[in-house]
Design a protein around this ligand. Structure first.
Ligand code: GRF
Length: 201
């Protein structure tokens, strides 16, 4: 049975992207990473993807001005042309419109650096430290219209240690992200490959 074809959307360094690509290079992994797209032309992750043998392109937002949906139509055209079935957001720092979210409902994942529903949005590590939390972590969820609100697929916890800095905590969470995201993608890929129920005679 063929493996679902996956695209990764990034905006920056792409360490989660790299983790997904490397995981998918293992023979038994149930999904194939076929495309990386970035909204930033200078995203360091683009070169990392190319060095790992994955087609990687920037789709600049500049020609589209404030028309976010027009940019997303261009992204979607690239995804369709590459035969993509699952999209992974990995540090894609752009709010999505209902258009792209609707096109990929149930097939678009995001990784977020907190134990959702706690700390949606930015600066999650600093906010968890400031609140005196004892644990923190990361979440993989399906993307819906509300930011960081979609159904949770997987989470990993880390302790917050005495004297932790934001950087130390971020590094501890990131190490877990790199483990969690490939596992969550594999689970979704297996699920969408389940044979449809046979029609009743
Ligand atoms: C990660 O912390 C991820 O959880 C968040 O953005 C960051 C992206 O980092 N959504 P990288 O580009 O994968 O290194």
């Amino acid at each position: 049975m063929s493996k679902p074809r996956v695209a990764i959307l990034i905006s920056g360094r792409g360490s989660n992207m790299e983790g997904l690509i490397r995981a998918a290079q293992a023979q038994g992994y149930p999904a194939k990473i076929v495309l990386v797209l970035s909204n930033k032309e200078d995203a360091p992750g683009l070169d990392i993807a190319r060095k790992l043998g994955v087609t990687a392109e920037a789709v600049s937002t500049k020609p589209f001005g404030k028309d976010r949906e027009a940019h997303e139509r261009m992204i979607d055209a690239r995804l369709q042309a590459a035969g993509v079935e699952i999209v992974c957001l990995a540090g894609y720092m752009r709010l999505l419109t209902p258009y792209l979210v609707g096109r990929w409902a149930g097939r678009m994942l995001n990784i977020h650096p907190s134990l959702l529903p706690a700390y949606p949005g930015l600066d999650t590590h600093a906010r968890a430290l400031a609140a005196g939390e004892q644990k923190h972590g990361c979440t993989v969820h399906l993307v819906t219209e509300g930011m960081d609100e979609g159904p949770i697929l997987a989470q990993a916890e880390v302790p917050i240690l005495p004297g932790d800095t934001e950087a130390a905590l971020a590094a501890r969470v990131l190490a877990q992200e790199h483990i969690l995201y490939p596992v969550a993608l594999a689970a979704l890929a297996e699920k969408i490959r389940l044979p449809e129920a046979a029609p009743r005679p």
